[in-house]
Every structure is written in structure tokens, then in C-alpha cells.
Design a binder for this molecule. Structure first.
Ligand code: NAD
Length: 491
């Protein structure tokens, strides 16, 4: 497997995808792209300018008339062709995601690429199974509701699930008849670039999807401000989300914001212990803790606190950190040097506030090819002051903290004492406890005896500082459309 690094030895150049073609940025500016597991730059992606954006907008504008008038079946067929191409090339994409992001190859295969294919297939099917609404009034009056495409929309995505989140947004946008300007994260642009090649191969009409790369505060901001862009679907950090929301609201643009979280995992002493323990290791350290749904605060009922602490540390220590290409690796590299430094600085701040690391709490050196990579040990904190910044802020790394609780009332208050409201997991075998807590906690996604169990039809998104709006199934299709009600009096 180490031979793979040779494949990626020569510098790869990523191109924008504009008007159906791969093109260089007009300003010839590029951003270096790193392999996090080796710490070396292996590719460069465009740092696009307003000219590139304008070209993309012009091509989307030209494509819109034909694309929006195509039947749902025709649009669906093209998306299915892309899904088919992705399926054929899934191993190549999994490898590219791992080299670009640092995550274990098994995760890229079984989660990232698998879910990307599912996203494409799901929305290709959803559009042809979509139903319209009609409401009748007494007498001869009937209403029907049309959902028209918006025009040109933007999809801006982060680095933690690069292709998965790109396909999650562009699929409903395209199926509703819109043309799309997508901007993947400049930290992990590779699979989006490979995807644009698949779109060309599958015959996606030119201009329907344009993918441009570059720094968020530069081209990202230009995208948000552009008068031709009618809606922005954004996934990323809360701070960025607030900046985007400010600009977009002054221009009366539609926005959907999927932002950060500080999610609670609530464990009662009557839960299915083994299942809870296994899942809690995943919900803490999956994707090196770089999942918006990861549980960074674990609340444990006091009667099982000591047992859980001992078992959780033991299971966490079993996680194998290292070369993400190796099949037995569970923990790969942190996505970038900048993020690695940020997570380690969070550890320092936690220590300064009096917290104790009962395992981890430091970087990990890996021998061989990955000796210059950015690795951090899965870390568990105890005695984290609930008034400290570290308790309140998202770390977005392989770290979680343990807290004791006595009863339902206390844990509901603790779970809610955060500005975030993305997701929560409740572990109990008492149905009434599960229902009561699910009702009283302020999180957009609540799992009972599960974590990250996804049904693409369900509403996905957070409350409070975790976002605005929901994605998934009909929620996504509605976001990417303009609603028109027609009321007819046929008396
Ligand atoms: P980020 O906010 O730094 O960047 C996300 C994207 O926005 C990137 O493409 C970036 O280039 C772009 N961007 C940055 N500044 C911009 C601006 N001013 N205008 C327009 N675009 C801009 O986030 P990140 O570090 O890439 O991702 C990590 C964050 O994403 C975490 O907070 C995580 O919780 C969150 N996240 C949330 C979800 C969810 O569904 N709620 C899913 C995944 C990740």
C-alpha cells in the first residue's frame, strides 16, 4: 500500500470545472494542498478570482433554460449515470479521499464514497417519486402548489466529508432543476475535481454544474455576494455561517446553514452497556473526532460512572493510530497543520482550566512514511470545568469529556447548557425516559440507543448556533425551489 505514495509523488494540478470544461484560474493563482498523513504538499488547487466566478455564472445562466425544462426523469437519469460512474471508480475515489483528508482508507470506502453514491441515487429517485400538493375548499375552489427551480444556487462545503457533503447538496439542487456553483473546501479539493471528470464522462450538460476552488474569504465571499446566485447552501463552522448569513440576508437570499456542535451523549445505567460502549467510542473518535455529530460531552449516570470510565479508556487505548492506508488503522491524521495546532491548543487550554486527561492529550508520532504527518492521540478529559471555554467551544478533534449526573432533570439542564444544538444521543432502555429527554433537550437530531444512524428522508440540521434550516429528503428539495400556490375558483 505504501506504493500509493509514489502514485501521488508528482504534483497534481486541480482545475476548475466551468462550462463543462476543466480550466485553469484566470489569475494563475494556486493554493497548496497537503497530504495530512505525510505532511507534504502533493497538489495545488486554483485560488479562483471573480473572473472565474463570472464565467461560471454565465455558463450556468446559459444552461438553466434547457436544464430547468428537462423532465424530472431525464435529470434523474443523468444523476444515476454519474452515480454509476462513481460506483465503478469507488476504489480510486476512496484512495484520493484518504490521501487528501488523512482519514483511514476503510472509512473513505465504507462511509465517504458509499454515502456519496447513495446521495446521488437517493435524490435521483426522490425527484421522480416527488408528489405535489393540492388543497380544496368547500365550493368549487382548488389550490395547487408548484415548486419551481430557483435559478443559480451555490453549495459551499467543508473538509471533513469532502465528496459526501458535496453530493449531499448538489444532488437535490440539480434535481429540482437549478444550475449550481459549488465551492468545495480548499483544504480537500481532490475528490470534487475527480468528480467533475465523471460528470463530463456521464454527459452532464455543460454549465449545469460548475465547481470552483479557492479561499473562503475570497472567492467564497464573492459567491455569497453575487447577485445572480439566488440561494446558498452552506456547511461549515458557525463563525463562517454567521458571516455568510449577514451578507446573504442583506441581499434577501435564501440560506441553509449546517454548522458546528457540542453534542451530548447521555448514558443511563439501564442501557444496553456493550452496544453503548462500542458506539460511544465511534461517536467520540470517528473521523478523528472531525464529525459535526461527534459527542464532545459525555454525561454518565453516577452509578455506572467509574465502570464506564475504566472501560471507555480501555477501548479507546485499543484504537490504532497511524498510516491511514493500512487496513488495521482506526485513527488517521488530522486534516491540516492549522487544525492540528488548533486542537493541541485546545488541549493546553483545557489543562490550564484544571482539567485532567485520563488518556491522550498529546500528539502522536508515527514511524516511517507518516513520520511528518499530523496525528493526535484519542483523548478523554475529566474534571473539565463547565464554565470553561473548552466545555463551551467545539474542538472538532479526537477529544471528549466525561461528566457525572444524578437524574433526568439534572442531565437535561447539563445537555442544554450550550450555545449549540446540533445532535444528541440518549442511551437507556426506559421508553418514558427516552421520550421525555428527547422532548426536553434542544437539539435538531436526537438518537435513542444509536448514533449517526441516517435515513436520508429525515430532516437533518441544528438549532441555536448549530444552524438554520434543515436538509434531507423533502427539506432539501423545498430549499432548492421557489414555492408558488395557484388558487382556482372554477365555479
Ligand atoms: P469553514 O467554515 O472554515 O469552511 C467551510 C467552507 O466555507 C469552505 O469551503 C471555506 O472555504 C468556505 N468559507 C470560508 N469562509 C467563507 C466566507 N467568508 N464566505 C464564503 N465561504 C467561506 O469550516 P471547515 O473548517 O471547513 O469545517 C469544519 C466545521 O464544519 C466544523 O465547525 C463542523 O462542525 C462543521 N460541519 C457541520 C456539519 C453539519 O452538518 N452541521 C457537517 C460537517 C461539518
Amino acid at each position: 500500500m505504501e506504493d500509493v505514495y509514489r502514485l501521488y509523488k508528482s504534483m497534481k494540478i486541480i482545475h476548475n470545472y466551468i462550462n463543462g470544461k476543466l480550466s485553469k484560474p484566470k489569475n494563475s493563482n494556486y493554493i497548496r494542498v497537503f497530504n495530512p498523513s505525510t505532511g507534504k504538499a502533493y497538489a495545488k488547487c486554483p485560488d479562483s478570482s471573480f473572473t472565474d466566478l463570472n464565467n461560471a455564472i454565465a455558463s450556468a445562466n446559459n444552461a438553466f433554460i434547457l436544464w430547468s425544462k428537462k423532465s424530472n426523469e431525464d435529470r434523474s437519469e443523468i444523476l444515476l449515470k454519474i452515480a454509476h460512474e462513481l460506483h465503478k471508480n469507488r476504489e480510486k475515489f476512496a484512495l484520493a479521499e484518504t490521501i487528501d483528508n488523512g482519514k483511514p482508507l476503510n472509512d473513505s470506502r465504507n462511509i465517504d464514497i458509499e454515502r456519496s453514491i447513495n446521495n446521488l441515487k437517493f435524490f435521483a429517485s426522490a425527484i421522480i417519486n416527488n408528489s405535489s400538493e393540492s388543497h380544496s375548499l368547500p365550493g368549487n375552489v382548488i389550490n395547487y402548489t408548484l415548486r419551481d427551480p430557483l435559478g443559480i444556487v451555490a453549495c459551499i462545503t467543508p473538509w471533513n466529508y469532502p465528496l459526501h457533503l458535496l453530493t449531499w447538496k448538489i444532488s437535490p439542487a440539480l434535481m429540482m432543476g437549478n444550475c449550481v456553483i459549488a465551492k468545495p473546501s480548499e483544504v480537500t479539493p481532490m475528490t470534487a475535481y475527480l468528480f467533475s471528470k465523471l460528470c463530463i464522462k456521464a454527459g452532464l450538460p455543460k454549465g449545469v454544474l460548475n465547481i470552483i476552488y479557492g479561499a473562503g474569504n475570497n472567492i467564497g465571499d464573492e459567491i455569497v455576494k453575487h447577485p445572480k446566485i439566488k440561494a446558498i447552501s452552506f456547511t461549515g463552522g458557525t463563525k463562517t455561517g454567521k458571516t455568510i448569513s449577514k451578507t446573504a440576508s442583506s441581499l434577501l437570499k435564501k440560506v441553509s446553514l449546517e454548522l458546528g456542535g457540542k453534542n451530548p451523549i447521555i448514558i443511563f445505567d439501564d442501557c444496553n452497556y456493550d452496544e453503548m460502549l462500542n458506539t460511544t467510542v465511534r461517536s467520540s473518535f470517528g473521523n478523528q473526532g472531525q464529525i459535526c455529530l461527534c459527542g464532545e460531552r459525555i454525561f454518565i449516570q453516577e452509578s455506572i460512572y467509574n465502570k464506564f470510565k475504566k472501560d471507555f479508556v480501555k477501548e479507546t487505548k485499543k484504537l490504532k493510530i497511524g498510516n491511514p492506508l493500512k487496513s488495521d488503522t482506526n485513527q488517521g491524521a488530522i486534516v491540516s497543520k492549522e487544525h492540528y495546532t488548533k486542537v493541541l491548543a485546545y488541549f493546553d487550554r483545557a489543562r490550564e482550566s484544571g482539567a485532567k486527561f485520563i488518556t491522550g492529550g498529546k500528539s502522536k508520532s508515527v514511524k516511517g512514511t507518516c513520520s511528518k504527518g499530523w496525528f493526535i492521540e484519542p483523548s478523554i478529559i475529566e474534571n473539565l470545568d463547565r464554565n470553561s471555554d473548552c466545555y463551551k467551544e467545539e474542538a472538532f478533534g479526537p477529544v471528549t469529556s466525561l461528566h457525572k449526573f444524578k437524574n433526568k432533570e439534572e442531565v437535561i439542564a447539563m445537555a442544554n447548557e450550550t450555545k449549540y444544538g446540533l445532535s444528541a444521543s440518549i442511551w437507556t432502555s426506559d421508553l418514558s425516559t427516552a421520550h421525555q429527554i428527547a422532548k426536553d433537550i434542544e437539539f435538531g437530531i436526537v438518537w435513542v440507543n444509536a448514533w449517526n444512524l441516517r435515513d436520508l428522508r429525515t430532516p437533518f440540521g441544528g438549532m441555536k448556533d448549530s444552524g438554520l434550516g434543515r436538509e434531507g429528503g423533502n427539506e432539501s428539495m423545498r430549499f432548492f425551489s421557489e414555492t408558488k400556490n395557484v388558487c382556482i375558483n372554477y365555479d
